[in-house]
Design a protein around this ligand. Structure first.
Ligand SMILES: [Zn+2]
Length: 488
């Protein structure tokens, strides 16, 4: 369920931009102040002279709450143009307005944020909402910051009024100490921040990108490994796509029961079990490299409409993550076998559980159709890479991805994506897509994977075995038998 809030926000952002011919910025910049006010409370103040309309957070439900993310905001007060302060009217679903006439102008508002999110159980994962980060606080901004969603193209000036032993870690441009300039509503809301005492962030520079890594205490000994995966994968993605899609990137590692991650505009929150266990590297490294790759595939190369290309942005990310981890020496050939087996199994089980829907339709309910969305996209990219390498040699598939990323318009519908890929693959993209989208025959799928250099075997749809059978091999785990397009 980890994309629920992000999806909700995207829908809200596009709704509000459609509703208004151009975004209305009441002030330039709009001022936001964040001030700690006791144990787990913050006073949030927003200054926007001459504004009107409702303010919203991205509302999401959770077990243990009455009203989801809205439970943690209280005492919402608007400052009117005539100097009066009035208590806001709550409209439900994380939306507040001035009482009475919705057209009434206001100059700002304030409210109390209580960081008690750990008491609830968030289906989307707490890294998508908020949690205590040791003695500090991890916040995903759209869950805690109420703003007017028509402020899409506004600039924001965010100030943290915090004690000397606190730090504010954000992916935004730091103008002065604890004072940040934010270029858009998207950058403001679709990011995480970590604020509080006891933080020991580490900064590294990779190909012009400033990366800030912060971990909970439980992972201080694992930092070297986290850094290694980030450096290797980011450097390789930069080479594939030609450059970095952002200047700054904030990565936070927190403890939880399971591996999961949330990717945001210029930040990423990973959670994994503590204590750190070496044998789990494939799990967390894959999640870290996957979410990082979303900066290019998913955020820069953007699905538009969102649901239509989730099979490509998720499955393509899964496939290129696997290939990159192997080429960087972060996983071995057995790990690649494990991942391809999972990709085939996911497609099979997804085809059975989701029924006869198209890949584009599957994206409309991404979590419910998760196996089909991720599995089909991974197989599409695997087969496209195999086909393009056979046609044009090594690197052809990566060059095609770079072309998508470097295009003037990086919003892709399914039709446009396939048309662009068809040009460089002699129509293979549409052919593979139509085949994966068409009547389901698992034996055809296995046969086609075998043609691409694998030796597959299945016992029912849920037990899949993969071996490598390229370069004259008949079925082996040896790296030399791996298809050339996957080789190091
Ligand atoms: Zn993803």
């Amino acid at each position: 369920m980890k994309f629920l809030l992000t999806t909700t926000l995207l829908a809200a952002l596009s709704l509000s931009s459609a509703a208004q011919a151009q975004s209305s910025c009441p002030a330039d910049p709009i001022g936001i102040s964040i001030t700690p006010a006791g144990t787990d409370r913050f006073e949030i103040g927003v200054s926007a002279v001459g504004a009107s309309g409702a303010i919203d957070i991205s509302w999401g439900p959770a077990q243990g709450t009455v009203d989801g993310t809205a439970d943690f905001l209280s005492d919402v007060v608007f400052n009117l143009a005539d100097g009066r302060s009035v208590e806001a009217t709550y409209l439900g679903q994380g939306s507040w307005t001035v009482p009475g006439d919705a057209e009434t102008r206001w100059d700002g508002y304030r409210y109390t944020l209580t960081a008690g999110h750990d008491a609830a159980r968030w289906d989307v994962g707490k890294e998508e909402v908020a949690y205590r980060f040791d003695d500090a606080f991890y916040f995903v901004m759209h869950s805690v910051l109420a703003v007017n969603y028509a402020w899409t193209d506004c600039h924001f000036d965010v100030r943290f009024d915090i004690p000397d032993d606190w730090q504010a870690l954000t992916p935004w441009n730091e103008e002065a100490e604890n004072h940040f300039a934010v270029a858009s509503l998207n950058d403001l809301l679709r990011n995480l921040i970590v604020v509080g005492p006891g933080l020991d962030p580490e900064m590294i520079r990779i190909g012009g990108l400033d990366v800030v890594i912060v971990t909970e205490e439980a992972f201080s000994s694992a930092r070297q490994e986290f850094r290694n995966v980030l450096v290797e994968s980011l450097a390789r993605y930069g080479q594939i796509f030609g450059d970095m899609p952002m200047d700054r990137y904030l990565v936070a590692f927190g403890a939880d029961e399971m591996n999961d991650g949330g990717a945001f505009a210029q930040s990423f929150g990973q959670r994994l079990p503590a204590p750190f266990r070496a044998h789990e590297t494939l799990m967390w490294a894959r999640a870290l490299a996957h979410e990082t790759l979303h900066a290019w595939i998913g955020h820069a190369i953007e699905a538009d409409p969102y649901s239509e290309l989730q099979w490509f942005t998720e499955g393509g990310t899964d496939y290129l993550t696997m290939k990159t981890l192997y080429r960087a020496g972060l996983v071995d050939a057995d790990d690649v076998i494990f991942m391809i087996e999972g990709q085939i199994r996911r497609y099979f089980l997804g085809r059975i559980s989701s029924g006869p829907i198209s890949l584009a339709e599957a994206g409309e309910n991404k979590q419910q159709n998760r196996q089909l969305v991720y599995g089909s996209g991974a197989l599409f990219n695997f087969l496209l890479d195999a086909e393009m390498t056979a046609q044009s040699g090594p690197g052809a598939y990566e060059a095609a991805l770079r072309g998508l990323y470097q295009a003037d318009d990086t919003h892709y519908s399914e039709a446009r994506l396939l048309a662009e890929l068809d040009v460089v693959s002699d129509g293979a993209a549409s052919e593979i897509h139509a085949w994966l989208n068409g009547p389901f025959n698992p034996f055809d799928v296995l046969a086609r994977m075998d043609e691409a250099g694998l030796a597959t075997s299945a016992f029912g749809p849920d037990e899949i075995m993969v071996r490598f059978a390229a370069n004259g091999c008949s079925g082996s785990r040896e790296p030399a038998c791996m298809p050339d397009f996957l080789q190091r």
